[in-house]
Design a protein around this ligand. Structure first.
Ligand SMILES: *Cc1c(COP(=O)(O)O)cnc(C)c1O
Length: 376
């Protein structure tokens, strides 16, 4: 089988597979399971820097469900929502907001640059009547990271709630939800390396208040976060919880919590990867704030993404990926998140790229594999 070094889904460790297989046959209304669910939620809150007054809800559905549930639960007809957009996922929030009756006001900047808090600050001086703002931590299609530590407190200082998509950064990059994030969305299949199928929304007290104090009903059942408000007291979920998925999730959290180098390793290997690519003369797509979970570099002149990807797979059994949306065809992406973020796999990626780019006649200024090895 090919080595899939993609920005999700990531390889599922044996411990997680085993926990899923060994999950008990239990009804999800069993108080022991309800406590287990709540405890698993609390671990996600803690790993995301939310205080004891934050609450996480685990939803049965892939990452998109978290985004949709957050938007559906916050948005009322006519609400003005600021959509910070420097990439595919950022722009996509605008569609979700409109779908639930909100008015999306886009704030769009170059997809190779992180959103500049200073420029946003100027914009907000003259325009800040928004119920909430949406922003993306790691724009996976471009490997670009936004500085949520500065953007969220800035938005909050103008009385704007914040909804952050951290699906491809949560657990791999430090996140301090208590510093201004009201709804934080994550998923199981990226840096946590559990199988796809679960998503999480971590909610601040102000976020909950906004969801609970709406004047109109939420235009969804499955994506309605209000329905989870009393699950613990009532031992009742709005729909049947996928018990084995949640046991697998807990095992994946064990691995993250038990590994003090989890985030450090992401930062270290990502830096070495970028360093080797640049030293070889390749160009990173982001022109600032590259993410530590995925690296996107520009397709060199004289070849195409398809050619490179096909050769990688055929000659090296290595699966990387291109992109979609505006960067489609322009970049190759290397996923190095979760279980895929390890030296051996990354050395294999760099050696395979060296082989393929050389075979295609792309001039490289150094050996990618050797340079990467020197840096790890
Ligand atoms: C993966 C991802 C999602 C979930 O989207 P899918 O393409 O359905 O997996 C949402 N946001 C970001 C930033 C992601 O990387």
């Amino acid at each position: 089988m090919a080595n899939m070094m993609l920005p999700g889904p990531t390889r599922v460790p044996e411990e997680v597979r085993r926990a899923r297989a060994q999950a008990p046959d239990v009804m999800d209304s069993d108080p022991d399971f309800v406590s287990f669910y709540q405890n698993t939620c609390r671990r996600i809150t803690r790993l995301s820097g939310g205080g004891d007054d934050y609450e996480t809800i685990i939803l049965s559905g892939e990452g998109m469900l978290a985004l949709e549930a957050a938007v559906a639960s916050l948005t009322e007809a006519g609400d003005r929502v600021l959509v910070l957009d420097n990439g595919v996922f950022g722009a996509g929030f605008g569609d979700l907001v409109q779908l639930y009756g909100g008015t999306a006001v886009p704030y769009t900047v170059d997809d190779r640059r992180p959103i500049d808090p200073v420029a946003l600050g100027y914009f907000l001086e003259s325009s800040h009547r928004f119920k909430y703002a949406t922003l993306v931590h790691c724009e996976t299609p471009t490997g670009l990271q936004n500085n949520i530590d500065r953007l969220c407190p800035l938005l909050k200082s103008h009385g704007i709630l914040t909804l952050v998509d951290a699906v491809s950064s949560q657990f791999a990059e430090p996140i301090q939800a208590s510093l201004g994030i009201d709804l934080l969305c994550g998923g199981s299949q990226k840096a946590l390396s559990a199988p796809p199928g679960l998503s999480f929304v971590t909610i601040s007290p102000a976020g909950w208040a906004a969801i609970q104090n709406r004047k109109t009903p939420i235009a969804s059942f499955y994506a309605n976060l209000q329905n989870f408000a009393h699950y613990y007291e009532e031992c009742w979920f709005p729909y049947t919880m996928p018990v084995s998925d949640i046991y697998g999730l807990a095992a994946a959290l064990d691995l993250v919590e038990g590994d003090p180098d989890y985030m450090v390793r992401h930062a270290h290997l990502a830096r070495a990867c970028r360093g080797a690519l640049q030293k070889a003369g390749l160009t990173l797509y982001p022109e600032g704030n590259p993410a530590n979970t995925v690296t996107a570099f520009c397709v060199p002149e004289g070849t195409t993404d398809k050619t490179i990807l096909e050769l990688l797979l055929r000659e090296h059994q290595m699966m990387l990926t291109g992109s979609f949306g505006a960067p489609a065809g322009k970049v190759i992406r290397i996923g190095h998140m979760g279980a895929n973020c390890n030296k051996e796999d990354m050395v294999a990626v760099m050696d395979a790229l060296q082989g393929v780019l050389t075979a295609l006649g792309v001039p490289l200024l150094c050996d990618l594999g050797a340079t990467f090895r020197n840096r790890i």
